[in-house]
Design a protein around this ligand. Structure first.
Ligand code: B12
Ligand code: SF4
Length: 466
């Protein structure tokens, strides 16, 4: 039995396409969902993982599979449907799972033979058994998996062309921020994998650099932090010689011992969601952790950096309280906090979030020609109607934000600080140049976007020169 597992590309997310530039090797991340599915697949199946970010194959010319499994974030849905149609024309049954299939079941059912909602661990062997018998059902639900029953992901199945390996150690988040899908998708309960399993799987990863995909590696409660410390001790003890980056909330900075252990275990960078420069913005987004009394973001960032861990800060532009000038304010806040990289994104209603429910109810979704328009739901296009910012206005704010933060003097200043403080100046330089390059590409992309979507509205052409 032959199984193809496919990660569809989104041509609009050019920054993750390996072919566009050599640097993109550092931004093409492994599709861990498919590696996890492969790990759950019994040996009688011959498995091939196709990551279209590495190139799109000529499917009809390949040996005919018995089953195709497709994963998709919402922004990948249109391409996922094109791939599904291609295989269905060949008479091959197609199963789709992952976040978009879970949030938009009816839409996906119209495009594929079978939909698997939520996590696959508890149901995938059953789906495969049914497929073997030619008795696939239309819909399965995997529920929330017991992480102690995780099969290790198949790290051997993808080619050697990624800079980063990938691993997951926890699932779920209790915080339920309005714009985020994680609490609905993976549940409010924070579930952790047994530490020996994580260490073993880490050992099986070829790459020296690893992305820990957990939404919040250290969790929120004292027992979560204690477990994170145990995990870091175990990773350091295993002497893996890996360097890794992870996502965490700002409470990562609150515990000196945690930081010391993380650095010893190989942590070299964290992505932290600061989201908004103002408390009103944080309240609007339900970002409770950032609102805790006495929170001092510059001091928190410095504490993390003292352990030679880089901080990438994420902010969202387009909140109901955001007015003209927000782009500059975000860039100034990010500079004041002292983050090494800034990742500014448009407020985007994604299906399954409370933001989606609110905006849909208020008739504020601007791009609704679904499924085609899903390709714009990448957080890098404005897809909604914003309270105080027009479409042109918010694009100009985004450009102003990146232009300010990644201006040559500020960029050099950050690299100099990194050098002076004995951190990682080269990584800082490369990261900053690559973000700057990307924001300039985005400028051109916005111009195309405006022309295509709103050309008839007389939109002002955007200024792309940094
Ligand atoms: C790692 C990650 C990335 C990596 C992607 C790596 C990759 N190629 O997969 C990078 C950094 C590139 C990325 C980019 C983006 N991401 Co992202 N990302 C994640 C993150 C943190 C973890 C995903 C992961 O690897 N999980 C581990 C695996 C094992 O779990 P899984 O993917 O859920 O798969 C399980 C099930 O879903 C199911 N399953 C999945 N696929 C399939 C297929 C079949 C056939 C079956 C049966 C089952 C099945 O089985 C798996 C095992 O249980 C999630 C958060 C989350 N908790 O999901 C956000 C998340 C998926 N990302 C999100 C977003 C919005 C994006 C971006 C659009 C925006 C951005 N700037 O971040 C871009 C999109 C890029 C694009 N190509 O269009 C949203 C998606 C919401 C949505 N409705 O689409 C999430 C949920 C975060 C959030 N805050 O809401 N992301
Ligand atoms: S944004 Fe982060 S903290 Fe908020 S719900 Fe999502 S994963 Fe949890």
């Amino acid at each position: 039995m032959r199984l193809y597992l496919i990660n569809p590309t989104n041509p609009l997310v050019s920054s993750v396409s390996a072919k566009e530039s050599r640097w993109n090797r550092y931004r093409v991340w492994k599709p861990l969902s498919l590696m996890a599915l492969a790990g759950l697949t019994p040996p009688e199946w011959e498995v091939l993982i196709v990551d279209e970010n590495l190139g799109v194959p000529d499917y009809p010319a390949m040996p005919r599979p018995d089953l195709v499994g497709i994963t998709a974030f919402t922004s990948q849905a249109p391409r996922a449907y094109a791939v599904a149609a291609c295989f269905r024309r060949l008479g091959v049954p197609v199963v789709m799972g992952g976040i978009h299939a879970t949030m938009c079941v009816q839409e996906v059912l119209a495009q594929v033979d079978t939909v698997v909602t939520r996590e696959a661990e508890g149901i995938w062997p059953q789906v495969l058994a049914d497929a073997r018998q030619g008795a696939l059902q239309r819909q399965y639900d995997g529920g929330f998996a017991k992480l102690s029953q995780f099969a290790p992901a198949r790290h051997d199945l993808l080619p050697d062309r990624y800079a980063f390996g990938a691993i997951q150690t926890t699932r779920g988040c209790p915080l339920n921020c309005t714009f985020c899908s994680v609490t609905t998708f993976n549940g409010a309960q924070y579930r952790q994998r047994p530490i020996p399993d994580v260490v073993r799987e880490f050992q099986s990863i070829r790459e020296k650099l690893v992305l820990v995909v957990d939404d919040n590696l250290i969790g929120t409660r004292p027992e979560h932090i204690a477990r994170a410390k145990d995990l870091f001790r175990a990773l350091a003890h295993a002497n893996l010689h890996k360097q890794w980056v992870a996502q965490a909330t700002i409470n990562f900075a609150d515990d000196e011992e945690l930081l010391t252990l993380a650095a010893k275990a190989g942590c070299r960078g964290v992505f932290i969601g600061f989201e908004s420069p103002s408390p009103e913005g944080l309240r609007e987004l339900g970002k409770k952790y950032n609102l805790l009394k006495g929170r001092d973001f510059p001091a928190s960032v410095r504490r993390i950096q003292r352990h030679r861990i880089l901080v990438a800060g994420s902010f969202i532009i387009g909140l109901d309280i955001d007015e003209p000038g927000i782009g500059q304010r975000v860039a100034e806040a990010a500079s004041r906090y002292g983050v090494d990289h800034l990742n500014a994104l448009f407020l985007t209603p994604l299906p399954g979030t409370s933001l989606w429910d609110q905006m849909k109810c208020e008739d504020r979704l601007a791009l609704t020609a679904f499924p085609e328009d899903w390709k714009y739901y990448t957080l890098t296009f404005p897809v909604a109607r914003f309270k105080h910012l027009s479409l042109d206005g918010i694009i100009q704010e985004m450009i102003a934000c990146n232009r300010h933060f990644y201006s040559p003097p500020r960029l050099l200043r950050r690299v100099w600080d990194s050098l002076w403080q004995g951190r990682r100046p080269l990584v800082s330089l490369v990261g900053n140049l690559s973000y700057r390059h990307n924001s300039r590409v985005d400028g051109k992309t916005y111009a195309d976007f405006q022309r295509q979507r709103h050309g008839s509205t007389g939109a002002t052409p955007v200024q792309t020169q940094a």
